[in-house]
Design a protein around this ligand. Structure first.
Ligand SMILES: Cc1ncc(COP(=O)(O)O)c(C=O)c1O
Length: 504
């Protein structure tokens, strides 16, 4: 019977730039031998490969730089990162250290901005684009940032929000953006997005509330559609409509000089993924230039707020298969030491697919399996891929071997949706999180960002008291209370025992 590697090589062009297999038949992710990470940290394990973030940030710039050059476009491009995709400090710091700018969506984001400034990770010239439906606290924090001289552009999402910036700011100028409500894709439940200001209200908002106030300057129009940047009639027609609106507004509002194209650049969700990033960006830039020139309007500066594209491909979740359960003649379950519903909520709530690959045993024959999560919810499973209705993994002997698997490109939105370190279904703990980086010489470095969540982190949230441990207390709850390694795998323990023998 063919081995797992034969299956992959026959189905895809493999190895890829990101995935390969070493001589031990174990998986390399961006040339990082994942078995080494498993041996060091155990599973379940979330991993962020930090160099990917800079790579994609620079790619975004390159895509726009190429298009701007190709079409002799007269505006410039600014890359912003949409923090809601992943708020972690190691992500925002990585973005900022490569000269990226930020987009926020909540009052609590502003606390992050303040902290990053305190740590000198961002300066007052870093763009802070403030999106979202803003409650009073968010509006207040934005006004305070403006008063303190930060380079903030609040992007108006409704007609009332402007009042706060007109009344509560003390600077000479307040730059503003307007998010325009796009039409939803044809098969969506609603016709027009609830996010932003409807097309018909944009001009009157400007004429009645912005133009008469010498302090307020409309600098930017904002565009975002839910389906992301796709080569579809829907995307191109919404984009054109938006650019025509920009031209109309530019004629009455000379300060207007920028558009924000939002997020939506896709990521690889299958080894078969095909998307021509450069031609999409070329076509966007060319369309904007063409519509502007037709309307005798100078083309706007371009901003984007790529979230998924910035962080998605940096993330992976690695699990051990802890059991094989054959529940009838053909339904075989590989049980993981984690949960899809809590740790990869998009896979459950949106049927999102990720790249799923075994970490070891690539030389073994394979079989069709279903992956089962630890919660008791029957929906906590994963059993198909973007390119196939079936899922295959190596056959292994559970008595003598171990099997590890990884789900890749999971870096965006999973903590924002599923929570992190709180209370989740069946009290499944947040897995440990390891950051993988490269030093100046290109060597791999790893560090534990957070150990596996413990019961001590959960009980107070639920209102229980934590009894202080007394001397002679023999009652121990489990390894994660005692060890930051949490549920160490057999491979980890074996390595440790081997090391002890060598030391003796
Ligand atoms: C206003 C806005 N900008 C940017 C993004 C980021 O989108 P993506 O992660 O698809 O790049 C979102 C996502 O919801 C958004 O609502």
């Amino acid at each position: 019977m063919n081995s797992y590697i034969d299956l992959i090589e026959q189905t895809f062009e493999f190895p890829t730039r990101e995935f390969g297999v070493d001589e031990k038949n174990t998986l390399l992710f961006n040339n990082v031998p994942l078995m080494d990470i498993i041996r060091q940290y155990g599973t379940p394990l979330k991993l962020t490969y930090l160099p990917k973030i800079a790579e994609h940030l620079e790619n975004s710039r390159l895509l726009f730089r190429n298009a701007i050059k190709k079409f002799n476009y007269k505006g410039n491009y600014t890359y912003c990162y949409c923090t809601k995709s992943s708020h972690f400090r190691f992500i925002t710091e990585e973005v900022l250290s490569h000269g990226g700018h930020l987009e926020t969506s909540s009052a609590y984001d502003i606390a992050i901005i303040r902290e990053l400034f305190r740590q000198e990770k961002l300066t007052k010239s870093t763009y802070i684009l403030c999106n979202g439906y803003k409650q009073p606290l968010y509006r207040k924090y934005i006004s305070n940032l403006i008063n303190d001289g930060f380079n903030v552009i609040p992007i108006l999402d409704n007609l009332k929000e402007i009042h706060d910036y007109a009344e509560n700011t003390t600077t000479e100028t307040v730059n503003l953006g307007i998010r325009i409500a796009t039409d939803e894709e044809p098969n969506f439940a609603f016709y027009t997005s609830r996010l932003g200001i409807r097309y018909n209200d944009v001009l009157s908002l400007y004429q009645e509330k912005i133009a008469p106030n010498p302090k307020l300057k409309l600098k930017m129009l904002h565009f975002f559609i839910n389906t992301g940047i796709q080569d579809s009639a829907y995307y191109w027609s919404e984009l054109s409509r938006f650019i025509y609106k920009y031209c109309e507004m530019k004629k009455v509002c000379p300060e207007l000089d920028s558009i924000d194209l939002g997020g939506g650049l896709p990521i690889q969700t299958s080894l078969q993924f095909k998307y021509d990033y450069q031609s999409m960006v070329d076509e966007i830039v060319e369309s904007i230039a063409w519509i502007c020139s037709k309307n005798n309007v100078p083309p706007p500066h371009l901003f984007t707020e790529f979230g998924s594209y910035t962080v998605g491909e940096s993330g992976a979740v690695i699990y051990s298969i802890i059991d094989q359960k054959l529940q009838n003649d053909k339904e075989l379950w590989y049980m993981i030491d984690g949960s899809f519903i809590t740790q990869l909520p998009d896979s459950w709530g949106l049927n999102q697919k990720y790249i799923m690959l075994p970490i070891n045993n690539w030389d073994a024959p394979y079989q069709k399996v279903n992956l089962g999560g630890l919660t008791c919810d029957s929906q906590d499973y994963y059993n198909s891929e973007a390119h196939s209705a079936d899922l295959y993994l190596p056959i292994y002997n559970e008595e003598t071997e171990e099997q590890f698997i990884g789900l890749f490109h999971t870096g965006a939105y999973q903590e924002s949706l599923g929570g992190y370190g709180g209370i989740q279904h069946c009290l499944i703990p947040a897995p440990k999180h390891v950051l993988v980086d490269r030093d100046d010489a290109g060597n791999i470095t790893t560090r534990l960002f957070a150990p596996e969540q413990t019961h001590e982190a959960m009980l107070p949230i639920l209102g229980y008291e934590l009894k202080p441990k007394e001397e002679g207390d023999t009652h121990e709850l489990g390894v994660n209370a005692a060890s930051p390694q949490g549920n160490r795998t057999k491979a980890f323990v074996a390595e440790e025992e081997k090391a002890e023998v060598v030391e003796q």
